[in-house]
Design a protein around this ligand. Structure first.
Ligand SMILES: [Mg+2]
Length: 226
């Protein structure tokens, strides 16, 4: 019998390989708009995007400002302009096509699914998450896909965890395990709501964090804690 039978997963860089998806979508979009691809582009974009998402999580900018600033800074870097809205929508649609799972995800979920009820909470964008999930090989494993943009509340706000438990009919947060790569959103958010947490330290960073209950560095290590 598994210790946890109610599990919530983050999506990007927990189940899906977001780094690869981001790079592939960016390259495809630049090609579509016949824009150059200067050296260092992917690293520049990744760093810039992480910074903007941190500002979004800290609520110093909103999602529209994030999209706007991301495009502006990208156009400055490549030295060519395009219509921001058209470019952003094309990029998001390219991103939605990327369904690369991280190593071990498919097998681990298949192993868990007969024993566990599972849900996803993502702070990603609905235009990306919904089609990607609908076309993904793993969708049958999950009872709910909760998207912060649709709910109007994002991780680490306890409301999004409460909403997901309600949807799944789970009454006791202490029985729920949250698995994710983002320490603030996934681990601290879940712990603040009274859940157990498994931090996916994907980048294998050294740290002094102590709020999580479990730490894994590869997805399939999850099975040793369940
Ligand atoms: Mg993530």
């Amino acid at each position: 019998m598994f210790k946890y039978q109610q599990i919530i997963f983050d999506a990007d860089n927990t189940l899906f390989d977001f780094d690869q998806a981001e790079a592939a979508a960016l390259v495809a979009t630049l090609a579509h708009f016949k824009m150059p691809r200067p050296p260092g582009l992917i690293d520049f974009y990744r760093q810039m995007n992480v910074g903007l998402w941190q500002q979004l999580e800290a609520r110093t900018i909103n999602i529209e400002q994030l999209k706007q600033r991301r495009a502006e800074q990208l156009f400055d870097f490549v030295g060519q302009q395009a219509d921001i809205k058209t470019f952003s929508l094309h990029y998001l649609d390219e991103l939605a096509k990327q369904q690369i799972l991280l190593p071990g995800v498919a097998d681990t979920l298949a192993h868990l699914t007969p024993h566990c009820e599972m849900a996803i909470i993502t702070n990603g964008l609905a235009r990306v998450q919904k089609p990607r999930f609908a076309n993904s090989s793993i969708q049958d494993h999950f009872g709910a896909l909760v998207i912060s943009e649709e709910l109007g509340v994002a991780k680490p706000n306890p409301e999004i965890f409460a909403h997901t438990c309600d949807l799944m009919g789970w009454e006791d947060p202490a029985k729920v395990l949250m698995v994710g790569d983002n320490y603030t959103c996934d681990v601290q958010g879940a712990v603040d709501f009274g859940m157990r947490s498994c931090w996916f330290n994907l980048r294998q960073i050294k740290h002094n964090h102590s709020d999580h209950h479990y730490e894994i560095k590869q997805f399939d290590q999850l099975l040793t804690h369940i």
